[in-house]
Design a binder for this molecule. Structure first.
Ligand code: C5P
Length: 234
């Protein structure tokens, strides 16, 4: 497993302070989302890399557009030098294939590409109104489609990780938010899993936000998490 720290604080200064306190660790992934990227842009990515060249960056922008536009964006993301980003599986198999083809020239340097299957904010009813199928069934179908299109993995809840790997491959990566490493407060998350459960379900990337940045000693919390997991290399 590889720990992904969500940099979800409200300002660049606060996110950088958090990252700085974690700069002594190797094998740490940093999740940079919409808000931070829109506000702080590529300078923020560059600053993170300066703080610790070993930080790996997951750019969580969830691309969704026509295939060529997605591929253009994917190419620019690869040029940023980040190690992972995501796209919506519902953009379709052709869009996903087009993205992967466009990244071919980057070879082994290309970022990992994950698909978003079903946004976890959906209620079953809201989801059915859009996709005309239940969340579990559709998420698995999207995961299979992403696997066939050559993506590296999917974003899913820890509780879906095992079924997705069984439907695709054990090597197909799963990244799961909603992790409460040691049973911390769930906050607004509906279904949370602790580290032990995430490991049992085969989650490759547990994403942890509040349990780290709201801790009075984020570095100590990260150290405790890292002592429980064995990092994998990509
Ligand atoms: O603070 P917490 O650990 O709940 O943060 C989880 C992170 O994962 C947040 O950045 C949140 O936006 C993100 N996320 C999520 N559920 C999803 C997709 C992303 O919680 N389905």
């Amino acid at each position: 497993m590889n720990l992904v720290v969500a940099l979800d604080l409200p300002s660049a200064a606060e996110n950088l302070r958090l990252a700085e306190s974690l700069a002594g660790f190797d094998n740490l992934w940093m999740k940079v989302g919409f808000r931070t990227y829109i506000r702080d842009g590529r300078d923020f990515i560059d600053t993170l890399k300066t703080l610790n060249p070993h930080f790996k960056i997951f750019l969580d922008l969830k691309l969704y557009d026509i295939p060529n536009t997605m591929a253009d964006a994917a190419e620019e993301i690869a040029r940023l030098g980040v190690e992972m980003f995501n796209i919506h599986a519902s953009a379709g198999e052709r869009a996903m294939r087009t993205v992967m083809e466009r990244l071919e020239p980057f070879g082994r340097e290309r970022p990992l590409v994950l698909a978003v299957t079903a946004l976890t904010s959906f209620s079953e009813e809201e989801f059915r109104r859009i996709y005309e199928k239940g969340i579990d069934e559709k998420a698995e179908q999207f995961a299979r489609m992403s696997y066939e299109a050559g993506l590296d993995g999917v974003v899913c809840s820890a509780f879906e990780s095992r079924a997705i790997k069984e439907a695709t491959s054990q090597e197909f990566l799963t990244l799961s938010p909603g992790i409460r490493p040691f049973g911390e407060a769930a906050g607004d998350q509906q279904r949370v899993a602790d580290l032990e459960l995430a490991a049992k379900e085969g989650v490759d990337f547990p994403v942890v936000g509040r349990p780290i940045y709201r801790d009075e000693d984020p570095a100590a919390k990260v150290e405790r998490i890292l002592s429980m997991i064995r990092p994998s290399t990509f």
